[in-house]
Design a protein around this ligand. Sequence first.
Ligand SMILES: Nc1ncnc2c1ncn2[C@@H]1O[C@H](COP(=O)(O)OP(=O)(O)O)[C@@H](O)[C@H]1O
Ligand SMILES: [Mg+2]
Length: 270
Amino acid sequence: MGTVITVAMTKGGVGKTTTAVNVAAAFAMNGHSVCLIDLDQQGNATYAVTGQAKYNYNDCGLFDLFMDFGKMSQRLTAYIHETRIPKLRVLPSTGMTNQIPPLLSILKARHAEIKEYQVLDACIRPLKELFEIIVIDTPPAKDALTISGIYAADLVLMPVNADKFSLDALVETCSLIQSINREDNRDVDVLGVLLTKVERNSATALIRKKLHTQEFAPLMLNTEIRKGAAVTDSTLLGGPVLMTEPRSNPAKDYLALYQEILPEVLGEQK
Ligand SMILES: Nc1ncnc2c1ncn2[C@@H]1O[C@H](COP(=O)(O)OP(=O)(O)O)[C@@H](O)[C@H]1O
Ligand SMILES: [Mg+2]
């Protein structure tokens, strides 16, 4: 059974998509079969691994997978697409992703036994048979899809930046994980908190100190992702920075992150 890593943080702009894309790429480039799932209606993760806009996947992406829920004839493989990396596939966000929340309300009315945020987990269960690693990118809010992504996770990876609002969002995201575990009797583990877009300045040093001394200390990953223009360039090129500029600082850091998390991720595989 594959391991599901969800990249979540209820704040935007902290590096979730960049992290999801590069973690997925790192596993794939090191020989693992990986599926990246894009839960964000912006479709940035989809673009980052395919170079294609989300509209190119209308009728064969995330929304369509949800539409199949409860039907006998699931067309799962029709929704999984090739990327620029051979062992990496993507379940893309499309122009219909913003219609998933209303769809979930309809599904909930039809299937009284399931909660809205449990549908994704049920839909992607067959994917765990097909891939060693599933990486889920989530939207920047505490919405139905973010909660669905956390519910479906074995491990949650939480990117933060060196600012005060990141710390508030970290508290919120941690409590979301705890409440899912408590109320639904789940066993979602924290893979770690990842400091991203790191610069050498006093604000970063202060936040780093706070993170390492407060209750988050046991959750902090050793790896930090440095800020680098190569990430912005990679966005324009439509490829993960690990692929477009492997010698850049952020790419080296994402590779180090892969090496750090590998034992725990493989340890989850049943
Ligand atoms: N290590 C980095 N160095 C420089 N820019 C980065 C880095 N990581 C992310 N960014 C940039 O920051 C912005 C937000 O990143 P993104 O991954 O989209 O965050 P989120 O998904 O949390 O909203 C993007 O413009 C991205 O290119
Ligand atoms: Mg994002």
